[in-house]
Design a protein around this ligand. Structure first.
Ligand code: COA
Length: 150
């Protein structure tokens, strides 16, 4: 892929210097700053995860990111299952296929580690994320999340 193209993003591994831009995008999509959260998360991912988080870059600017993981039997989840932890695209660059390309690369990386099923959590009332994942072919899985207010 060509970084100078205005339509096709370059997908590459996330590096520590992407932090500021990730925080910026996160604020734009979620509306609240949480730099410490991201700093800790990227630090942990760098040390522990065998699946690299990815960013999408358009004309040199990071416009989106995806973080995924592969199970090692955590929470009783078998090791053929991977997940999408977080995905975000700068609203100024949405609806251009950026998230879809990020997901395609992440799915490819997960598959290489032996993953054959990908799972993710989406809020019932988040129509955009639901539509996005449905469009990729995701369907309701077997797991149900349980909650208790304490
Ligand atoms: C969901 C999100 C990642 C999609 O990013 P994107 O780059 O705009 O998505 P794509 O352009 O790759 O869209 C692929 C398909 O998903 C669906 N889709 C994406 N955004 C949509 C929207 N706003 N409304 C309806 N469908 C949508 C469409 O079917 C789209 O295909 P089309 O454009 O050919 O119709 C982006 O909207 C986002 O970052 N939202 C906030 C995410 C968030 O809350 N993350 C934190 C928790 S994980």
């Amino acid at each position: 892929m060509n970084d100078r193209s205005s339509s096709l993003p370059v997908i590459r591994k996330m590096v520590p210097s992407d932090l500021d831009r990730i925080v910026e995008i996160d604020i734009k999509v979620l509306g609240k700053p949480r730099p410490e959260y991201w700093e800790a998360k990227l630090d942990l991912l760098g040390k522990r995860s065998q699946i690299s988080p990815l960013v999408a870059q358009l004309d040199g600017l990071v416009v989106g990111f995806i973080i995924g993981g592969a199970s090692r039997w955590e929470y009783g989840v078998p090791e053929n299952i991977g997940w999408i932890d977080t995905i975000g695209v700068d609203p100024d660059y949405q609806r251009k296929g950026v998230a879809k390309i990020l997901f395609t690369h992440m799915a490819h990386d997960l598959k290489k580690t032996g993953i054959d099923t990908i799972t993710t959590f989406v809020k019932r009332r988040d129509p955009v994320l639901l539509k996005f994942f449905n469009r990729l072919g995701f369907q309701k899985g077997d797991m149900v999340n349980l909650e208790l207010d304490i």
